[in-house]
Design a protein around this ligand. Structure first.
Ligand code: ZN
Length: 315
């Protein structure tokens, strides 16, 4: 099926086509005909993922788990629809996120705050609640089993307080949600991959994010899967870039802290300069126009996240 990337160990990425191709990956793990789905994209992406599983011989009844790394709607918006379509699935989510899956009203309001009402409705459509009795909280150090294969949870705040990363015992790989940044495949150069932090409102916490990156590295994964987009297999080098770029985000935020009404635009401009500088540093081959288009939504969302962080620093 087009838009499905099969990796090793029964792990695949299904391109959700949420915003554009190669922007949001829904990962699936298949073990002995049973499946776990890791992060969901939006409700309208659910049929694509179920079609991809059907092509692997896995019917919706054999989806055992919907695993959420965190509850930002690009990760969790389709969860209720998956639960409706997969009658035997249970859902795992960070303890701080569980009640928002049962009653998504606040989550929807928060997303409208970031993207505006029209864009939120266009991107996410219907967001269905998840029945409380089908939710299991993903406690730090806890785990679930998919046909005997263990998936373990590690608290990973910094991008969001309600964030866990998931380690797969069979491969030793990690599903990192947004905690290992963005890694768009368009930026790859001769097989080298790159990461860039994502600081979506409202929980950006630089020291916590540094620690979460180090916590993942300490597990010595050979590969990490990020929602945006897919598998990366050079975690050590990418983590060094992430640490440096998290610090650059903080520097940009502090530089424009006093900018008043113009602050948001200054933050966006600062992030744009950071991406262009990174392109020169890393030898990214996209034209500046194409590069700025790839990161366009990230400039907006990262700048908002830095603004919220600055406001909390002042309090
Ligand atoms: Zn996120």
């Amino acid at each position: 099926m087009q838009g499905v990337i099969d990796y090793t160990h029964g792990i695949s990425a299904v391109d959700s086509l949420l915003l554009r191709p190669l922007q949001s990956a829904v990962h699936v793990v298949v073990e002995q005909g049973r499946a776990a789905i890791i992060d969901t994209a939006a409700s309208h992406c659910v049929p694509r993922v179920l079609d991809a599983l059907a092509a692997k011989g896995v019917p919706p009844e054999h989806v055992d788990w919907i695993v959420l790394t965190h509850i930002h709607l690009d990760h969790a918006g389709g969860a209720g629809e998956f639960m409706r379509r997969c009658p035997n699935a249970r859902l795992t989510v960070h303890p701080l996120g569980a009640r928002h899956m049962v009653d998504p009203a606040k989550l929807i309001d928060g997303t409208i705050g970031v993207y505006g009402e029209a864009e939120t409705r266009r991107m996410y459509g219907d967001i269905l609640p998840v029945p409380a009795e089908r939710i299991e909280t993903a406690q730090d150090g806890g785990s679930i089993r998919l046909a005997g294969r263990e998936l373990s949870f590690y608290d990973a705040p910094g991008h969001a307080r309600h964030h866990v990363v998931v380690r797969d015992s069979a491969s030793g790989h990690i599903f990192a949600g947004d905690a290992f940044g963005l890694s768009y495949r368009e930026l790859d150069v001769d097989g080298r991959q790159f990461a860039f932090p994502t600081t979506t409102p409202v929980h950006f916490d630089p020291p916590a994010l540094h620690r979460s990156v180090d916590r993942m590295l300490a597990l010595e994964p050979k590969a990490i899967y990020v929602m945006h987009f897919g598998r990366v297999d050079q975690p050590q080098r990418m983590a060094a870039d992430l640490h440096r770029l998290i610090d650059e985000h903080v520097r940009i935020a502090l530089e424009h802290r006093q900018a008043g009404a113009g602050r948001h635009q200054r933050l966006k401009d600062g992030l744009q300069s950071l991406v262009l500088a990174e392109a020169r540093r890393q030898g990214w081959r996209l034209s500046p126009e194409r590069l700025l288009a790839v990161f366009r939504e990230d400039f907006e969302v990262n700048a908002q996240g830095l603004g919220v962080w600055l406001d909390t620093q002042r309090a």
